[in-house]
Write a protein that binds this ligand. Structure first.
Ligand SMILES: Nc1ncnc2c1ncn2[C@@H]1O[C@H](COP(=O)(O)OP(=O)(O)OP(=O)(O)O)[C@@H](O)[C@H]1O
Ligand code: SF4
Ligand SMILES: [Mg+2]
Length: 348
């Protein structure tokens, strides 16, 4: 896929965050005097435009949290990062991310250890907005996420894990950032609270901001996001509009299709095999050992390429006939639903 200069693409698409060819390796000791580099993220591409919720979906260990930490500039000291990351059209350098962190870019971390154990949670949430308006907003958020009023006087160790996750989410929503990076924000929430969180993200995005939603929950991503980037073994294998998940035929990568078939409403079919560990990466396509469509061409370099309104890292050519049929049946289903809504509205 042709690379476009990021600044130019920002002007055209109003991209908030653009990541191109991001790689992260960990330097680890090997024996007494040697060390080795473990590649945990390779050539990863993803973009969040103004007004969008972009979900990153992938199995445990695929590199989702490392990506979030790479954006926030909080990777461990033994990590090396390469590639291009731009925020509002300008490079996201180490110095810049230090200034933007917690202000223009807010993280909802996966681990509750990010809370200060020695500070009451109400004061932590209001740290950047200590005035009257801050207090009002904090109370509103605590009430929305089912946190009793007296929670604000507690320390993190006095709250349950689920409560602490809701406190972290409230902290991110208190700020007026341009981008929220939310790493698995919903575990510990009931369905109503999770829906409220997604509605808050949608309202936040519609004000011209962006949300980067990291989750292993594909149905949640489909219902909440505009676009979905599918991660596998430290790289993006597909990026697609959420609407393409209405039908398997509209999806581009065999792994995305397997994830689709594993959803309860599509038959709960498990994917045979396991994701490779960083030390045992296969040659060529990372999904090769599990792919039913594997051929010897898959052992070469597999670049990301554009297919319809998305991208894919796979050599397979798509059956346009089946895609057309899937689109037509989706349109027919939508038209039928609209007719039923009109019939219902007319009969009232
Ligand atoms: N400090 C580290 N040193 C070496 N490897 C690491 C380190 N931190 C993470 N990894 C490895 O990087 C890979 C990706 O980890 P990451 O935490 O980003 O996964 P994840 O997709 O967020 O998983 P989960 O869904 O369970 O949160 C894993 O294989 C993990 O073992
Ligand atoms: S490149 Fe080959 S192995 Fe990889 S997903 Fe496509 S068909 Fe399967
Ligand atoms: Mg994680």
């Amino acid at each position: 896929m042709d690379k476009k200069p990021i600044a130019e693409s920002y002007r055209r698409n109003a991209a908030i965050l653009e990541i191109q060819d991001l790689s992260v390796t960990f330097r680890q000791r090997k024996g007494l005097f040697q060390s080795e580099d473990l590649p945990v993220i390779s050539r990863l591409n993803v973009t969040v435009n103004q007004g969008e919720i972009v979900a990153v979906v992938g199995a445990s260990g695929s590199g989702k949290s490392l990506l979030a930490h790479g954006i926030m500039g909080i990777l461990p000291v033994n990590a090396r990062i390469s590639g291009e990351m731009n925020f509002l059209g300008e490079p996201l350098t180490t110095e810049r991310i230090c200034k933007l962190r917690g202000k223009e870019i807010a993280l909802v971390p996966q681990g509750v250890t990010y809370l200060d154990p020695l500070m009451k949670v109400g004061a932590q949430v209001r740290e950047q907005q200590p005035g009257k308006e801050g207090k009002r907003r904090q109370k509103e958020l605590f009430s929305a996420y089912g946190l009793p009023e007296k929670t604000e006087e507690r320390y993190p160790f006095e709250c349950s894990g689920g409560m602490n996750r809701r406190i972290l989410l409230s902290t991110a929503l208190m700020e007026r950032p341009k981008l929220i990076v939310a790493d698995e924000p919903t575990p510990g929430m009931d369905l109503g609270q999770a829906k409220r969180a997604m509605a808050d993200f949608r309202a936040f995005a519609s004000q011209g901001n962006g949300v980067f939603l990291i989750t292993h929950d594909l149905p949640l991503a489909i219902s909440a996001a505009d676009r979905i980037a599918v991660f596998y073994a430290g790289t993006t294998v597909e990026e697609a509009p959420s609407s393409d998940f209405a039908s398997e035929a509209l999806l581009r990568h065999p792994y995305t299709r397997a994830l689709w078939r594993a959803m309860p409403q599509n038959g709960f079919q498990a994917i045979p095999g396991t994701q490779p560990y960083v030390k045992d990466m296969p040659k060529g396509c990372v999904f090769g050992p599990r792919c039913p469509k594997f051929t010897k061409e898959c052992l070469g370099d597999i670049p990301m390429r554009a297919v319809r309104q998305g991208t894919v890292r796979c050599i397979l050519q798509h059956d346009e006939h089946k895609i057309r049929e899937a689109r037509e049946s989706k349109d027919a289903q939508k038209a039928q639903e609209e007719r039923e809504v009109q019939k219902y509205a007319g009969g009232r």
